[in-house]
Design a binder for this molecule. Structure first.
Ligand SMILES: N[C@@H](CCC(=O)N[C@@H](CS)C(=O)NCC(=O)O)C(=O)O
Length: 203
């Protein structure tokens, strides 16, 4: 059975949500967000960055949420949750599979500058530009989503999973607001209604 190395509230949610959507059985190994736990030799052998997610699937060990999502779709997806290759939706799919990490990384800088650097080094002078960049990135996604039901068009795909987690991450810092990104926030509400999303949120 696939083992997912997981920290609640992190990018490993993407992998868990996908496995719930595809109904792939998995074993969840939940860990604290603690460098001492994530950077043991055993964990570094699974993910040399000392981060989650990582999976083990028989002889396969893999890290990076996007790579794991693509691997699971290739191996177990049977064509589900991906647009037809070569279609216009597929181009959007490729863009947002990867663009979702641009969104998440801007939020990561906000996290780093507001919570990770020593308290006496924190300042709005440092974190405000990071927040502005993150808002700018989400505004670009908002514009690109427009009135589409899903990021690639009408069909739910794994790219929605990737993008939605960036929204979850941003929401920890109030970025973006519903006023700034009404379409993105409405799409997140639609995602929350999916049973697989709800199962992946469980403890
Ligand atoms: N691009 C990587 C980013 C992985 C990442 O930053 N994971 C975070 C949680 S969302 C983590 O494990 N952080 C622990 C740390 O930095 O100590 C991916 O998509 O998997």
């Amino acid at each position: 059975m696939i083992k997912l190395y997981h920290v609640r509230g992190t990018r490993s949610f993407r992998v868990r949500w996908l496995m719930e959507e595809l109904e792939i059985p998995y074993e969840l190994i939940t860990m604290p967000l603690d460098e001492k736990v994530l950077r043991t030799p055993e964990m570094l052998a699974r993910n040399p960055f000392g981060k989650v997610p990582a999976i083990e699937d028989g002889a396969v060990t893999l890290f990076e949420s996007g790579a794991i999502v693509e691997y699971l779709l290739e191996t177990y997806g049977e064509g589900r949750l991906q647009p037809e290759k070569g279609s216009p939706e597929w181009l959007r799919y490729l863009q947002w599979m990867h663009g979702s990490e641009t969104l998440a990384n801007f939020v990561g800088v906000v996290l780093f500058t507001t919570m990770r650097i020593p308290e006496d080094a924190r300042s709005d002078l440092i974190s405000d530009p990071a927040k502005t960049r993150a808002r700018f990135a989400f505004a670009a996604a908002e514009k690109d989503l427009g009135d589409r039901a899903c990021i690639c068009g009408t069909e739910f795909t794994a790219a929605d999973i990737m993008v939605t987690w960036a929204l979850i991450f941003g929401s920890m810092f109030g970025i973006p607001t519903t006023d700034e990104c009404p379409n993105l926030m409405a799409s997140w509400d639609r995602m929350k209604a999916r049973p697989a999303y709800q199962r992946a949120m469980e403890d």
